[in-house]
Design a protein around this ligand. Structure first.
Ligand code: BYC
Length: 320
């Protein structure tokens, strides 16, 4: 509400005071809620991150969705079906959280379908075997849980609360992935080979999921300052590596990294070089499945047009 009569010096001072009060609230661990004052950049960053996160959940249904009809048993099929359905629900919670900041569903979907919006790089890799359901569940969901457990403590109330629900379900997803990996890694030689091949393909892309190295992460500074992120990309990546390496090795699986070693001094598993050129290529839209994923989403959106029209007509007729 800044009309022509507002004194610019007084205005800047008022803004500074609001910013100080806002930062104090974050420092004290208070949640920022939709109607509260917030800097434009805080709102912009949250809409960017939450909408990308929502798109990731929705696009993330595709790599596993193709295996629902190819699950090896009825029990596995039911579990995978429930998991993929959960991801759609996660997308819904997150789109709602972004809407509380003023983004509309139409704008967000338009950005996804026109290729303007990002979604997680990991979903641009193909799923080639049943073992990939294990790798996605344990590695990809495991990585997502670490990131989302951090976000469940973030400063924006609706995002933090959405994360609490999502993390509860993601833990089940991780367990189902772990169960598949353990079954295959301790099974027949063919099963073990299938699991090893899957790990070879998913290990590096999963490490890339955490985002670029801290030295090359333009958003981290402001996100950390305002309590949206409380851990950096590299910190979370290292936590993941330290958790996963001993567990995978205990199953007799080989981590596809000749430089991997344990550093006694830091207590960390140290990895070789991540291929960041590959990461940026995928993020910029030129990964193995980017075109296929977007084409599938666009078709689903077009096929769902009649449902949106019917829902809108119903709402208009009955005033709901
Ligand atoms: N993929 O400054 P940086 C799931 C972009 S789904 C693509 O470090 P930031 C699941 C980044 O956006 C869970 N793009 O960014 C679902 C930025 O570009 P813009 C997905 C990436 O935001 C189905 C630029 O690179 N989780 O669990 O500080 C089945 C510079 O990066 C990626 C989330 O979405 C990437 N991996 O940190 C199974 C979590 N990394 O936007 C499982 C929410 C970076 O400036 N998001 N970029 O043009 C986040 O926590 C953060 O956004 C990130 C990146 C850690 C991903």
């Amino acid at each position: 509400m800044y009309g022509a009569t507002v004194d610019p010096v007084e205005d800047t001072q008022a803004q500074d005071e609001k910013l100080q009060a806002f930062e104090m609230r974050i420092k004290q661990g208070e949640k920022i809620e939709p109607g509260d004052w917030m800097p434009d950049e805080y709102r912009r960053q949250l809409i960017r991150m939450i909408s990308q996160h929502a798109h990731s959940e929705v696009v993330g249904m595709l790599p596993e969705g193709g295996f629902i009809t190819r699950a090896p048993t009825l029990r596995r099929k039911l579990i995978l079906l429930a998991k993929v359905q959960d991801e759609a629900g996660h997308g819904q919670y997150l789109y709602h959280a972004a809407e509380t900041l003023g983004a509309t569903r139409e704008e967000m979907l338009d950005a996804l379908l026109t290729g303007k919006a990002k979604y997680s790089s990991i979903f641009n890799y193909p799923t080639l075997s049943w073992a990939d359901m294990g790798a996605i569940g344990w590695l990809v969901d495991g990585a997502a849980i670490l990131n989302q457990t951090m976000l469940a403590k973030c400063s924006y109330g609706p995002y933090a609360r959405a994360m609490l629900r999502i993390c509860a379900e993601e833990n089940f997803h991780k367990r189902q992935g772990q169960d598949i990996v353990i079954t295959l890694a301790t099974g027949a030689p063919e099963q073990k080979a299938m699991m090893q091949d899957s790990l070879n393909r998913w290990w590096w892309p999963t490490l890339m999921m955490f985002g670029p190295p801290d030295s090359d992460s333009p958003n981290s500074g402001v996100l950390m300052r305002w309590g949206i992120k409380t851990k950096t990309n590299d910190e979370l990546r290292q936590m993941f590596i330290n958790q996963l390496v001993p567990d995978l090795q205990a199953l007799g699986l080989q981590i596809p990294d000749p430089d991997l070693h344990y550093d006694e001094t830091t207590g960390n598993w140290v990895i070789g070089k991540i291929n960041w050129d590959e990461f940026w290529q995928v993020v910029k839209g030129d990964g193995p499945c980017n075109a296929e994923r977007l084409a599938t989403r666009r078709k689903a959106h077009e096929d769902g047009q009649w449902v949106r029209e019917a829902a809108a007509a119903y709402a208009e007729k009955y005033g709901v």
